[in-house]
Design a protein around this ligand. Structure first.
Ligand SMILES: Cc1cc2nc3c(=O)[nH]c(=O)nc-3n(C[C@H](O)[C@H](O)[C@H](O)COP(=O)(O)OP(=O)(O)OC[C@H]3O[C@@H](n4cnc5c(N)ncnc54)[C@H](O)[C@@H]3O)c2cc1C
Length: 401
């Protein structure tokens, strides 16, 4: 079930206390989320992983633990992909991409899957108390909906910090940066992977973990070409604009959460909200976040520059909060995911057809040589960080047996 399906079902059957903000709230489920049982390794060649986001890093971590030779080829100068952090704005680290833990926090131990690692992580029980709605030029209190919002966030670290602490140290010497892959030739005995700067790598198997938008834009040429059925299904996934803005103010004039549409659409469409980014954190700073995807994000991203986006956001806040934003402004950061050349948007948001069958068609390996993982290709948890990790665990089983 994806997050929208879960939300709709929850509303339909009235599980009020379980309704989340941006995703799933599965407290109380007893099944292990990520199946981390040993992949039953029967492979000893070399693997290339394309992309060092949550899926690529997790795949590398699994290979490392199974003593398999591998390299991670990353287009940008950093690891993390849509998991990214800033420590420049406030006195606590801020997630510029994935932020909420849309699962039981124990999913983090499942991702690490190593009892010898002591993951001592503090969480925030994320249940915002003050909630407002801005509609037709009017700001209204809707605190009674606070019981509908409940999930978890990191208290003193971030999703980026999680990978930095528990995954990356084990594989850091295997990541190659500034290597945008432009061609994957799997026609021969071994696979040849070439980058924009003409560096060539060879391997026995390749795992592609780039965002679905990158596959849709044909940035990577496959030789032979991808089967037409796979191409058609890749095009059935929509991944549109994505934006986050964080602004520090000298005073707090906003609620924990500010929505714009009616109750149902706020909880099911999740397309735009302002939120108190300091909620539950150990800080006295006042930091307001803006989360927007799809057409709600495009309203800002089409303005072109980060400065224009910031000015539009400030004008909107001044309008909503009676001019209180500008006088209390201290600093800001804009993260325009649509403008990131190797991401190009937010996350897989809708599927034109049966989602599971689309995903299963896409992740079918090519000649048992080329494999696919990443948030869009998680069977049950697309659009999340833990879903990207889960997709790595599940494809590794296929790759290594
Ligand atoms: C605004 C926003 C808010 C979000 N909020 C949440 C949240 O609260 N909770 C949550 O769980 N999830 C959230 N998500 C989703 C989550 O961040 C993603 O699902 C997850 O991080 C994706 O991981 P991935 O490994 O699939 O892809 P990515 O992180 O995108 O990694 C892919 C990597 O491939 C690299 N790459 C691309 N092209 C090439 C190439 N040609 N050659 C080599 N490398 C290449 C990229 O640079 C990138 O590093 C959010 C995402 C966004 C954008």
């Amino acid at each position: 079930m994806n997050r929208k399906e879960f939300l709709k079902n929850s509303i339909g059957i009235g599980i009020g206390s379980g309704l989340p903000f941006l995703g799933l709230f599965l407290e109380g489920c007893s099944n292990a989320f990520i199946d981390t049982s040993s992949p039953g390794v029967n492979f000893s060649g070399k693997v290339l992983i394309v992309g060092a986001g949550a899926a690529g890093l997790t795949a590398g971590y699994i290979l490392q633990r199974n003593n398999i030779d591998f390299e991670i080829i990353e287009a940008s100068a950093v690891y993390g992909g849509r998991v990214k952090r800033t420590t420049d704005l406030a006195d606590f680290p801020i997630d510029l991409g994935g932020e909420w833990i849309h699962e039981k926090p124990s999913v983090l131990s499942e991702i690490i899957n190593d009892p010898s690692v002591n993951a001592s992580i503090d969480f925030v029980d994320y249940t915002p108390q003050t909630i407002q709605w801005y509609k037709n030029g009017k700001l209204k209190d809707r605190n009674w909906t606070s019981g509908l919002l409940s999930e978890h966030k990191f208290k003193s670290t971030t999703w980026f910090g999680f990978f930095e602490n528990y995954i990356v140290p084990k594989i850091t010497n295997k990541i190659r940066y500034n290597q945008p892959v432009s061609q994957i030739d799997y026609s021969g005995e071994r696979i040849s992977v070439t980058t924009n700067n003409r560096t060539a790598y060879e391997a026995d198997k390749v795992l592609v973990t780039v965002p679905v938008k990158i596959l849709q834009s044909n940035m990577i040429e496959f030789i032979p070409a991808l089967p037409s059925e796979k191409i058609a299904n890749i095009q059935k996934i929509s991944m549109d604009a994505g934006l986050k803005v964080f602004i520090e103010f000298s005073e707090r004039f906003y609620p924990d959460m500010l929505f714009f549409e009616g109750l149902i659409s706020a909880f099911t469409q999740e397309n735009k909200s302002y939120y108190n980014a300091a909620f539950g954190k150990a800080t006295n700073k006042h930091v307001l976040g803006l989360f927007a995807i799809n057409e709600k994000a495009e309203k800002y991203t089409r303005l072109g520059t980060d400065q224009a986006i910031f000015e539009a956001v400030m004008a909107e806040l001044d309008e909503i909060f009676d001019g209180k934003a500008s006088p209390h402004y201290l600093g800001h950061v804009v993260q325009n995911w649509s403008a990131e050349p190797y991401i190009q948007g937010s996350y897989s948001d809708s599927f034109d057809g049966n989602r599971k069958s689309i995903v299963r068609t896409i992740v079918k390996p090519l000649n048992n040589k080329v494999y696919f993982a990443g948030e869009a290709f998680s069977i049950d948890n697309q659009a999340t960080v833990h879903g990207a990790c889960e997709s790595a665990y599940s494809i590794m089983k296929e790759m290594l047996i």
